[in-house]
Design a protein around this ligand. Sequence first.
Ligand SMILES: NC(=O)c1ccc[n+]([C@@H]2O[C@H](COP(=O)([O-])OP(=O)(O)OC[C@H]3O[C@@H](n4cnc5c(N)ncnc54)[C@H](OP(=O)(O)O)[C@@H]3O)[C@@H](O)[C@H]2O)c1
Length: 284
Amino acid sequence: MSIVVTGATGHLGRHVVEQLLDKVPADRITAVVRDEAKAADLAARGVKLAVADYNAPETFGSVFAPGDRVLLISGNEFDKGRPAQHQVVIDAAKAAGVALLAYTSAPGSLSAALADDHRVTEQALLASGLPYTLLRNGWYHENYTENLAPVLEHDAVVAAAGQGRVSSASRADYAAAAVAVLTGEGHENKTYELGGDEAWSFAEYAAELSRQTGKEIAYNAVSPEVLTGILTGAGLPGPFAAILAGVDASIEKGELVVSGGDLSRLAGRPTTPLAEAITAALKG
Ligand SMILES: NC(=O)c1ccc[n+]([C@@H]2O[C@H](COP(=O)([O-])OP(=O)(O)OC[C@H]3O[C@@H](n4cnc5c(N)ncnc54)[C@H](OP(=O)(O)O)[C@@H]3O)[C@@H](O)[C@H]2O)c1
């Protein structure tokens, strides 16, 4: 029996594999990767590698074995039909008879278009009859803290979220929840709504950035249409920019406040405060 992680060379996947290595022997972990060279460090530590691509069903033919516990990390190729990609993994897991398929989804409260692929994948997973866990991940701190350059350049946080709040958490927090599910018991057919312990507003985010940088950083609230224009002006494809602006509109409606405490309960510790993530990002 292996613990198999897809998207293992992505940001979240790397956290998951790293945290798994603290809990189980390396040879019980299989990292599913597209590019073996990107995972050379994991192989050197004894993690097994499987090379497979969501776009090529045949590559998943021998990835899974009966009894495996699998984490399907949702893909990032928005233009390639993610539900069909995820279906490839679900079908292969079903054919192999895995013991659990956990999927990184989006909060049930999120009505933005970004959640559409996740809802379709959830339905496919439930229809498969496989034992499942839905890890409905909220927003990452890193969506903001990894994009500080324009904020610091213009001394402004620009968002279309009004006074809405978001309970983000770090990728490492969401990874800890996934690892708890993959290594623990009793998570079959459960849905977890995952978010950080504290929700914050963009005005508070700007104030915390001001405090930590010593600069006067303002919150500039704009409409979703204006934000879409800013993002396309910065080089994002139009449809993707509109999807991101749609997420802000959902934040304004309170749809990314996930307050049930599932994340800290699964992780066994409080979630990472946003201020801590900002400090780390400013140091990096
Ligand atoms: N909750 C949030 O705030 C949030 C924010 C952004 C994204 N997400 C979602 O959460 C997922 C994980 O987040 P992340 O930060 O780890 O994203 P990421 O760094 O972009 O990682 C995505 C992973 O998916 C893999 N992948 C993409 N297309 C694939 C394909 N056709 N076949 C096999 N593997 C494929 C990538 O492989 P390579 O390593 O080979 O590129 C990568 O490992 C994202 O993909 C996205 O669905 C959530």
